[in-house]
Design a protein around this ligand. Sequence first.
Ligand SMILES: CCCCCCCCCCCC(=O)SCCNC(=O)CCNC(=O)[C@H](O)C(C)(C)COP(=O)(O)OP(=O)(O)OC[C@H]1O[C@@H](n2cnc3c(N)ncnc32)[C@H](O)[C@@H]1OP(=O)(O)O
Length: 164
Amino acid sequence: MPTPNAQWAGSDFQEPPRTTGGVALCGACRAAGACRLGVDKERLGADGVAWFELACPRSQEGGPNVAHGGWTASVMDECLGHLPLLNRVLSVTAELTVSFVKPVPVERPVQVRAWVERREGSRWYIAGEMTLLPGGAVLARASGVWVTRDPGHFARHEAWLAEQ
Ligand SMILES: CCCCCCCCCCCC(=O)SCCNC(=O)CCNC(=O)[C@H](O)C(C)(C)COP(=O)(O)OP(=O)(O)OC[C@H]1O[C@@H](n2cnc3c(N)ncnc32)[C@H](O)[C@@H]1OP(=O)(O)O
């Protein structure tokens, strides 16, 4: 049985720990005290659009001087998935589609914006794009479905796992 992550202090799904830049930290990044994907800043605009500032760490290099595609997909999952969280709603990714428009240079400032396209029942349809700063060239686009969950989600998963 794996050792539980001590970083999960109770049910903090609505109020996760955040960095000074406002970035909500996932389980593993809580121990590091920073987003290991390189997300530095996060905020929710008055218009409901979430903004993220980040740079691809050198450790995520795929081709020469450009990001591994898995980093780009992870960042889009993370950033789009933070939008419900910024609205104090716990959700998980059910579907994610990523378009890799241009290679993403490592260690260069980029921005991700995420917005809700529509909501149906427990489903949030969220879209977003990654752009190169300062010019704003589009590097990647993503869209997906996030399904809202109650805080018992992970406990139910553990119970299910114990029966496998
Ligand atoms: C915490 C601080 C962290 C701090 C910061 C961390 C932020 C992390 C951000 C990244 C987010 C992630 O990566 S989350 C991790 C990756 N994702 C996961 O682990 C999810 C694994 N999958 C699942 O747990 C499950 O398949 C679910 C929950 C998605 C669906 O389970 P289910 O059993 O089908 O649920 P059910 O109640 O029947 O369905 C609920 C609703 O979802 C719809 N639905 C189900 N599957 C899909 C689907 N593939 N595509 C579209 N819609 C779907 C159903 O039609 C239904 O709609 P309706 O009838 O209600 O309308």
